[in-house]
Design a binder for this molecule. Structure first.
Ligand code: HEC
Ligand code: HEC
Length: 282
């Protein structure tokens, strides 16, 4: 092999190694930060499926969006605003990554998109709630309220979050009300967020107190029950309950008024006195 050829081969090997390292970094970052909300070719979670996202938007746009979608939305970017509206105005958290790190993530997404097109992608993951029962929901509720402690310690959810559930008296208002979370993002999204919170405040609370996978399943089952209940019965039942209660109070008041009305002296006391006095005079 000539010296020139050797150099070219080394260069190619170098570029190859460099790019795989980059893709590795991208994979790590993606799995650490993005999988809570995105899949590549497995459908929508909290955010959109990122399959072939590199073909849909320019690299500059993607870097800007991933670093701070909030800024891009506020700057008036139409695409960013449209996708924000489409996803129920859930803000994607900012990411403190350099351009190079974001490009590594984008390379990883490109690589995975190709794999998906080639049919190499594994089947969609099974729903983590399959096989769960009301026992999971109850345990989840007790974990949520703090009645049952987390295995590794950690704050109760209710210290920060509220839910609309008549079974429990609430609760924290520091963070979002979670009654709708399941309806918005399904079991995959909710469980991913609980297991690996992409929000700094919540992340801090569990960083040194990781939840067990069983706890994640139970909490997800509980949040699903809250969400289902709200949609299917609670609101309807409550309005009927209030109407009936209102009717009851109204009827009771009418009865009291009627009783008082018939019970009152037929004629005023003054009338009696007047009659006596006029008698005396006559
Ligand atoms: C907490 C959930 C969450 C996390 C974590 C998250 N995203 Fe997002 N992402 C969203 C949501 C929701 C949208 C939809 C746009 C919006 O609501 O602003 C979105 C939109 C996007 C878009 C635009 C997609 C399109 O079709 O235009 C890209 C690209 C993206 N995210 C990449 C990433 C990457 C890369 C990461 C990891 C570094 C990441 N996201 C982490 C929730 C998240
Ligand atoms: C220290 C406060 C804190 C604690 C404790 C906490 N969270 Fe959070 N959580 C947050 C913050 C902050 C957010 C981001 C949304 C917001 O700004 O309210 C969030 C977001 C979420 C979301 C996404 C909501 C949505 O619809 O977008 C879920 C689901 C969630 N938390 C579940 C839980 C569960 C389950 C627990 C208990 C294991 C818990 N959280 C404990 C602060 C907390």
């Amino acid at each position: 092999m000539k010296k020139g050829q050797m150099k070219t081969v080394l260069l190619i090997v170098g570029i190859f190694l460099f790019s795989t390292i980059k893709a590795d970094e991208g994979e790590q970052l993606f799995k650490k930060t993005c999988t809570a909300c995105h899949t590549i070719g497995k459908g929508r979670l909290v955010g959109p499926d990122l399959l072939n996202i590199n073909e849909k938007q320019s690299q500059d746009w993607l870097i800007a969006f991933i670093q701070s979608s909030t800024q891009l939305i506020e700057s008036g970017d139409k695409d960013a605003q449209a996708i924000y509206e489409e996803y129920n105005r859930i803000l994607m958290p900012d990411n403190p990554y350099t351009d190079a790190q974001v490009i590594a993530i984008l390379n990883y997404i490109r690589q995975q998109s190709k794999a998906a097109a080639g049919g190499e992608q594994s089947a969609p993951v099974e729903d983590i709630l399959s096989g769960t029962t009301s026992e999971n929901i109850n345990t989840g509720m007790n974990l949520f309220t703090g009645k049952q402690k987390f295995k590794n310690g950690g704050s109760t959810c209710i210290s920060c979050h509220n839910v609309q559930d008549e079974r429990i008296f609430s609760s924290g208002t520091l963070a979002l009300d979670l009654s709708q979370s399941y309806a918005n993002m399904g079991s995959a999204g909710v469980s991913a967020i609980i297991a690996n919170p992409p929000f700094p405040v919540m992340n801090m609370a569990f960083k040194n107190h990781p939840l067990t996978s069983e706890e994640v399943v139970n909490l997800t089952a509980y949040l699903k029950s809250v969400s289902d209940k709200r949609v299917h019965q609670a609101s309807a039942d409550f309005s009927l309950y209030f109407v009936l209660a209102g009717l009851f109070v109204f009827i009771s008041m009418m009865l009291i008024i009627l009783v008082l009305y018939f019970d009152r002296k037929r004629l005023a006391v003054n009338h009696e006195i007047f009659k006596r006095q006029t008698k005396v005079v006559n």
